[in-house]
Design a protein around this ligand. Structure first.
Ligand SMILES: NC(=O)c1ccc[n+]([C@@H]2O[C@H](COP(=O)([O-])OP(=O)(O)OC[C@H]3O[C@@H](n4cnc5c(N)ncnc54)[C@H](O)[C@@H]3O)[C@@H](O)[C@H]2O)c1
Length: 318
């Protein structure tokens, strides 16, 4: 790909304009030789124009189809409402343009599977925005594990007032996907769970294909926001509290050593703390270097399947 790319951003809602756009503006200010003009497209034209103005992006529009044909972007980010992600994604993938698609990759498992097929046939790479994979604390925890075998990985995923129907498949999907990043693939037949007190409360146990035990605690209306990943192996244990929804700390203890505490939160912007900047770098750096950015739809598909299984029934004990 040529060096200064023209980038299309579709969707200027709260997540697009509050997280991806400032991260993109930051990336462009640091890499003026890589990103040229940026066009923001939203069905709501005023919203697109005001977001473009706010971040110094050159153009705005309201019709993706027209932009693809007339403006001819070199890469695109799709940050639309969930219902529109696959429809807009199909058009961009069909035009052979590298694309970053916000999670979830489709409303249903069928749509996520369709994206896997489309991306395998596509002329350009497709990446799914799963920002926990770029969370600075989880990244640091992975570096501490450093390829050693884990025995037990547990996530506590607590939120406030999140009793909406699609909490498991759209939001708790992050916990499932981050656990797969930390521990590898999950054995689907090992999954057992309890549900209680509302549609999305779940405590699930399972086995990773690599042998470790795992546990999801999904607590959507806990009255507290916490997102903690505990990683335990032979002679080591760490507690990672993610930056955006928790304290932004990694507490690490190795056998016969003092515990070490690293803090990440102070003085960093939210779009860096939640991993959006990291994934922006992965997407744009890979596109420019001609590499396929990760995670691809195929990397995330099993996370989507597990989140939908947990959603399908409140309890599964065997
Ligand atoms: N990773 C995270 O932590 C995280 C957090 C929040 C939201 N999200 C995801 O980000 C996405 C956006 O979230 P949001 O809260 O901003 O959503 P939103 O529904 O509030 O805003 C989406 C915007 O997309 C626009 N849009 C919809 N269809 C379009 C189309 N065909 N063409 C152009 N514009 C279109 C809408 O007009 C709206 O302005 C969702 O997919 C959501 O799941 C991710």
């Amino acid at each position: 790909m040529k060096n200064r790319i023209k980038l299309l951003v579709v969707g200027a809602g709260p997540h697009g304009s509050g997280f991806h756009m400032p991260a993109l503006a930051h990336y462009r200010s640091r890499n003026p030789d890589r990103v040229g003009s940026v066009l923001v497209c939203d069905l709501d034209r005023d919203r697109a124009a005001s977001a473009a103005r706010k971040y110094g992006f050159e153009e705005s529009a309201s019709d993706v189809e027209e932009v693809i044909g007339d403006w001819r972007p070199d890469a695109a980010m799709v940050l639309t409402s969930v219902q529109a992600t696959v429809e807009v994604g199909r058009r961009i993938i069909g035009a052979g343009i590298p694309v970053l698609l916000e999670k979830p990759p489709g409303e249903t498992v069928g749509e996520a599977e369709e994206l896997v097929v489309l991306s395998a046939q596509a002329a350009a790479p497709v990446m799914v925005s799963m920002n926990r994979r770029f969370d600075p604390v989880l990244r640091a925890a992975m570096a501490r594990v450093n390829g050693r075998r884990c025995r037990y990985v547990r996530v506590t995923f607590a939120r406030e007032r999140r009793n909406e129907d699609r909490f498991l498949t759209e939001t708790a999907l992050h916990a499932v996907d981050a656990m797969r990043m930390l521990g590898g693939d999950i054995v689907p037949s090992s999954l057992r769970w309890l549900g209680h007190g509302g549609t999305s409360w779940r405590v699930a146990t399972f086995k990773f294909a690599a042998g470790a035990m795992g546990c999801f605690e999904i607590l959507p209306a806990a009255g507290a926001r916490a997102e903690r990943y505990e990683i335990t192996g032979e002679g080591f244990r760490g507690i990672a509290k993610t930056c955006f929804y928790d304290d932004g700390e990694l507490c690490w203890k190795e056998l016969d050593s003092e515990p070490e505490l690293q803090t990440y939160r102070a003085s960093r912007p939210v779009w860096e703390l939640d991993g959006t900047l990291g994934e922006t770098c992965e997407f744009l750096d890979s596109c420019i270097a001609g590499r396929a950015p990760r995670p691809a739809p195929a990397d995330v598909l099993d996370s989507v399947r597990i989140a939908h299984r947990l959603d399908a029934t409140p309890e599964c004990l065997g």
